[in-house]
Design a protein around this ligand. Sequence first.
Ligand code: F6P
Length: 364
Amino acid sequence: MAEKKRRFAVLTGGGDCPGLNAVISAVVKTFLQNGCEIYGVPNGFNGLVNGHLIPMDFASVSGILPRGGTILGTTNRDNPFKFAVEENGELVYYDMRDRVVENLQKYDIEALVVIGGDGSLNIGAKLARECGVKVVGVPKTIDNDLPCTERTFGFDTAMAMATEALDRLHTTAESHHRVMALEVMGRYAGWIALHSGIAGGADVILIPEIPYNVDSVIKKIYERKAAGKNFSIIVVAEGAKPVGGEMTVARRVEGSFEPIRLGGVGEKLVREIEEKTGIESRCTVLGYLQRGGSPTPFDRVLSIRYGVAAAEACLRGEYNVMVSLFHDKIVTVYIQKAASTPRAVPVDSEIISTGRQIGICFGD
Ligand code: F6P
């Protein structure tokens, strides 16, 4: 009698991110090449609650490596421990953990690969801890803010996009003698702003980790003017906040892993600069362009390495871990640790002092 094949499942959760398809492709191929079966879970944890898993083969992942988004679909709602169901026009929340466990058993899934940011990894860690589900996590997010890894996939692509935007903004800034601000994503961490700002030759970089004083920013603009530079470029992270002030909240999203969305600080900042200096100032919000489209070669390679490593961890039965980049090696870390406090930019880091040495103002 033919031996029963080991069977695994993979899901993508949270916001889309360049490299998701590359990870999926690597996970699927590694399992298939090692004689296992692999199922895709549609639309993140929603698919686990609803229980319609899809068998995947080599054809399912053919040609997806360079594609943005996720062929499995995703959502940043649908937490199975607090699952929102609309009843009479109102959201009612249910604990669906038993349904998730039943569905995994129904499909005879040995373990689940969760490709996600902190929201999805936290759910994965909780499923492991409280329900005995075997989980392997893969660190995804353009924000690069996950602890226990030196890099998340997606960050490099977002940074490249923001850098290109800065290069393009230089044109208008220089021609019109304006102050041009670029607001970038990153949630509560300034990684995208910091790296793209340095790569894109920004004069001012404002990140959540260093509250800014608008007068310091204006001082920098005047110093440049005095040196014959009639324009300035500012990169402002969506989570940047003035000294003694708050982050700018764009909206609240009911039922999401993370109820708050940031946004709007860039526009506030340029209005204040214009009022105080009379210099024409504009803000561009880069938004979802940072998350869309094809991953960079670096992100493709990292995603493939993560996908292979996640499947390999499952094959050797090493569960409840997240794959992680450490000193350019892929290692595994305990998923509960990886699903803890987000990783902020250390204010005393070498990259900040590098920026300071070349004259970048951090608003302090
Ligand atoms: O975490 C990725 C991210 O793009 C953040 O940078 C941003 O704050 C957030 O997601 C936006 O979320 P949404 O897609 O729900 O608007």
